[in-house]
Design a protein around this ligand. Sequence first.
Ligand SMILES: Cc1cc2nc3c(=O)[nH]c(=O)nc-3n(C[C@H](O)[C@H](O)[C@H](O)COP(=O)(O)O)c2cc1C
Length: 194
Amino acid sequence: MIAPLPPQPKILVLFAHPYPHASRVNVAMRRAIADLPHVRVHDLYDLYPEFDIDVEHEQAALLEHDVIVLQHPLYWYSCPALLKEWIDSVLRYGWAYGPGGGSLQGKELVQVVSASSAADGYGPEGFDGHDLPALLLPFTRTAQLCGMTYRAPLFFDDANTRSSDEVMAHAAAYRNWLRDYARPNIAASSDGGV
Ligand SMILES: Cc1cc2nc3c(=O)[nH]c(=O)nc-3n(C[C@H](O)[C@H](O)[C@H](O)COP(=O)(O)O)c2cc1C
């Protein structure tokens, strides 16, 4: 007898790109996932151009989803400013962490990042001096503090010199990755920290 497939996780993509008109990579990726029925996209710069984030709306969306994707270009070894503002204002003490703050326990956080540096620029010998997991440590630790599992990022390096075909192939791979996204044993790999 064939075992039933596990239920498909509900995925919320927080899309953060301040210059979508100038984007080659992230806008193509967002377009590629637009029709996936289990994926909802919050385009943060479209929703909150004045940085006036609707915290209740964002928290309600988080509660409705199993997997939270942060999709953004790497900006100064971090995320664009509005995504940082989103983290600061939505992941509140007593809600996301701290006493009574277990709202996100057991969910997954995953980053989908593009960067202009080439992969060989990372690591102690490279131009950037650190490997990618080290650069993304604040996000890893944020997830852990909220009791979420931080999964390995999907990374697109050398983004500004890639051919159109390479960009489209990456967008298609992103779509397939979210379409087939499977939930591992979340409880086993989360170290909590709340
Ligand atoms: C303000 C700013 C800061 C950036 N910081 C970095 C960086 O720290 N590391 C890096 O590799 N690329 C950096 N980049 C390059 C972007 O990550 C790159 O242009 C982007 O990922 C390409 O995706 P897009 O076509 O969707 O814009 C930066 C770009 C801008 C505008």
